[in-house]
Design a protein around this ligand. Structure first.
Ligand code: DGL
Length: 269
């Protein structure tokens, strides 16, 4: 039986989803978490829809076996390609980042001109365009930024090369006079400062790691599943490859020290 103090499961292709877990933890500090980073198969951004669905199903099963009470698909690419299938396949509540991020962008945009940056997968899926247009007619302009993830993982979040690449990627969007820019990738939170410098003051940046917590709150509220009166919370980390690299990179994404990371074979679980 699932109990209130059971953990929330969060998954991503690697370290990026730690930004999402960190944001949820800020609002819900009493909750326990299990995080899975599929480091053996990253990047997800350039993989096919079928592959992402297959991997996401395996990870979901793994998290369900760990008795999580709710699953957060932190990865924009997996949310774009796999969320609806996961929700149809499994009984457990599962939320992704596209809906809540789109809602935030809709509230921010005054001119209905929204830019989206993300991985090739997220952009090709048109998940943000579809979500935004469910509510109203928006002019949505997308740009895949495949180089960003590597630059960020290299720690080049403020240097000249990154600035040149940002200018190149953003130019077509800025030419369209967007007033809102969705940072549609787990990693882009770390580029926020330098992205801000490259857009006009009135362009609002919407960071996709920040808003899914609203959906988490809704689910926990509806199911009466908030963790109770806890003094000590736990974070458990699992990866499919290279725990040492995950630990090293993860600290800047999670903004706190990651101690124990276990490597598991998702196919054998
Ligand atoms: N986590 C992915 C996303 O948010 C970015 C990294 C990757 O491509 O695996 O789309």
């Amino acid at each position: 039986m699932i109990k209130n103090n059971n953990p929330i499961g969060v998954f991503d292709s690697g370290v990026g989803g730690l930004t999402v877990m960190s944001e949820i933890n800020k609002i819900l500090p009493k909750e326990n978490f299990i995080y899975f980073g599929d480091t053996a198969h990253l990047p997800y951004g350039s993989k096919s829809k079928n592959m992402i669905i297959e991997l996401s199903k395996k990870i979901t099963l793994f998290l369900i076996k760990k008795d999580v009470k709710l699953i957060v698909v932190a990865c924009n690419t997996a949310s774009s390609f796999a969320l609806s299938i996961l929700q149809k396949t499994f009984k457990i509540p599962i939320v992704g980042v596209i809906k809540s991020t789109s809602m935030a962008a809709m509230s921010a945009s005054k001119k209905n001109r929204i830019g989206v940056i993300g991985t090739e997968g997220t952009v090709n899926s048109k998940s943000y365009i579809n979500e935004l247009n469910k509510i109203s007619r928006y002019n949505v302009y997308q740009q895949a930024c495949p180089l960003f993830v590597s630059l960020i993982e290299e720690g080049w979040t403020e240097n000249e090369i990154t600035n040149i690449i940002i200018k190149k990627y953003l130019k077509p969007l800025l030419n369209k006079n967007i007033d809102t820019l969705i940072l549609g990738c787990t990693h882009y939170q770390l580029l926020k400062k330098i992205l801000k410098k490259n857009v006009k003051n009135d362009v609002v940046l919407i960071d996709s790691s920040k808003f899914v917590v609203k959906e988490v709150l809704n689910v926990l509220n509806k199911e009466k599943m908030f963790a109770k009166n806890r003094d000590k919370v736990f974070f458990k980390f699992y990866v499919s490859d290279n725990p040492a690299k995950f630990k090293k990179l993860g600290n800047q994404f999670f903004k706190r020290k990651i101690y124990d990371v276990k490597k598991i074979n998702i196919d054998a679980e």
